[in-house]
Design a protein around this ligand. Structure first.
Ligand code: F0G
Length: 460
């Protein structure tokens, strides 16, 4: 990449725009009160900058919209399906491709086939819907990230890696035949959007193959991970990202993808693999709840949008801009005194709320308090990754502080410009100055399942 300038520019121009949701402070106070201090209850039109998720929120390209108009909506054998299948085969090299409506459907189907009581799934970190689907099948989900992943201060190139020694110990302890799958989440969303190195992937692959444990990638953000490898790992600087991605897929036996991330699609996903017996079972399961094997719960136009998106995401000018713009947000926050998970991740910045709001008792939801303050002051929507989301409970049902208390600012792809990010940094600077005035929250109502989506809170 010979761009040669310090300023990394957005590698696109904008043809179609949407207005932002401007509100007054007074309105936001009312909106937040009516939302019971739960940001999931706020209407999107009342949000100015929406960093809730990078999932399904991408701006599609003109080429994607064009492909959508060509979508073939035939029930069986639609042209759109073959475009989709070819794009995935070309990317991954896997023989079997199964469309699903989003990532969690892939998880459900896979674990209904391979999971069950007495079995284990081991991962660098299961994403929360993955864990939920693993557990729903009766399987135990075990996370073994490298220890450094939980040291938020330390800057290391590949904090998404799996702890190899711990993997070997785990296999010895549980018995290889009881481990139905190993999942490498690339990048590791639950622990800061940190990448996995090829070296680590090779080591995990070697161990899995020796022990006959199938290895799958949760590849929602595979292109971001591949570009991190290009930037940070010896021997990959000169390799096209497409080849790096292919090497990653070749080390595994299959992949699940939520196409709502790196495929720039608003909806969709897939399972891809070489095991035709599993694929057969997956297709039988698919038809029960998702749809016929050539659409899997998606419209033909969605399949076409994904097919185009999977090619576009390999554009290295885009990936350079993508990772640099997330890093720009991270650096800006650090400059104004906001502690983040280091180094900046691929798809977002994770603020260490416990450290930032150390005056708030850990029982009083520091991360959710910061989420509310961001909305009140700046109309910014972020998401709590802390006790509300992971909500361990004591014997009386009270929610306890967990291992992490973070606020994630997930950056939608190709949606916001640098001035939007500068504004977010300015809001954080003001919050940093007055942070001692931020008060904690208490629970008013907290359903036991999916607490963070539905809980009602109130200021102390
Ligand atoms: N795997 C990873 C690594 C994810 O980040 C997600 C979704 C899924 C699987 C599930 O995919 O949403 O299409 O069903 N992550 C979103 C997020 C929700 O905000 O991080 P899905």
């Amino acid at each position: 990449m010979n761009w040669g300038w310090k300023t990394i520019i957005e590698p696109f121009k904008i043809k179609s725009v949407e207005p932002l949701g401007f509100t007054t402070r007074q309105e936001r106070e009312r909106i937040l009160r009516e939302a019971h201090y739960n940001i999931f209850n706020v209407k999107a039109e009342h949000v100015l900058i929406d960093f809730l998720t990078d999932s399904g929120t991408s701006a599609m390209s003109a080429a994607q919209w064009g492909a959508m108009m060509n979508g073939d909506e035939s029930y069986a054998g639609a042209r759109s399906y073959y475009n989709f299948e070819n794009a995935i085969k070309d990317l991954t090299g896997y023989r079997e491709v199964i469309p699903v409506h989003q990532g969690r459907a892939a998880e459900r189907i896979l674990f209904e086939i391979i999971g069950g009581r007495g079995k284990y799934s081991v991962s660098n970190s299961h994403f929360d819907t993955t864990r939920a689907n693993v557990e729903a099948s009766g399987t135990v989900a075990e996370d073994i990230p490298v220890k450094e992943a939980l040291d938020f201060e330390k800057t290391l190139p590949f904090k998404g890696d799996m702890d190899i020694k711990a993997l070997e110990k785990f296999i010895k302890r549980k018995g290889a035949k009881n481990i139905c799958i190993c999942i490498m989440t690339v990048t590791n969303n639950s622990l800061g959007g940190q990448p996995v190195s090829m070296k680590n992937l090779k080591a995990v692959s070697g161990i899995c193959r020796k022990n006959n444990i199938p290895l799958f990638l949760d590849c929602a953000r595979f292109a971001e991970n591949a570009y991190f490898i290009k930037l940070r790992e010896k021997g990959y600087a000169g390799m096209p990202v497409k080849n790096i991605a292919r090497e990653m897929f070749e080390l595994a036996d299959g992949a699940m993808m939520s196409a709502k991330k790196d495929a720039f699609a608003n909806m969709g996903g897939f399972i891809a693999m070489n095991n035709s017996e599993w694929a057969q079972k997956a297709r039988q399961n698919l038809i029960l709840t998702e749809g016929f094997r050539t659409y899997g719960g998606l419209a033909g136009r969605d399949l076409d949008a994904i097919a185009v998106g999977l090619k576009e995401v390999l554009d290295e000018k885009y990936l350079q801009y993508r990772l640099r713009s997330t890093e720009y947000l991270g650096r800006g926050l650090k400059k104004v005194g906001v502690p983040i998970v280091n180094p900046p991740g691929g798809h977002g910045i994770y603020v260490n709320a416990q450290k930032f709001l150390s005056h708030i008792n850990p029982l009083h939801f520091p991360a959710q308090s910061l989420v509310c303050e961001l909305y009140l002051l700046g109309g910014i929507r972020a998401v709590e990754i802390g006790m509300l989301m992971f909500g361990r409970r004591d014997g009386r049902g009270n929610i306890l502080p967990g291992e992490v208390e973070l606020v994630r600012l997930a950056v939608p792809r190709r949606v916001y410009t640098q001035s939007h990010v500068d504004y977010v940094i300015e809001v954080f600077a003001r919050i940093a100055k007055n942070r001692k005035n931020i008060k904690g929250l208490k629970i008013v109502e907290a359903p036991k399942v999916l607490t963070h989506f539905t809980a009602k809170l109130a200021p102390l």
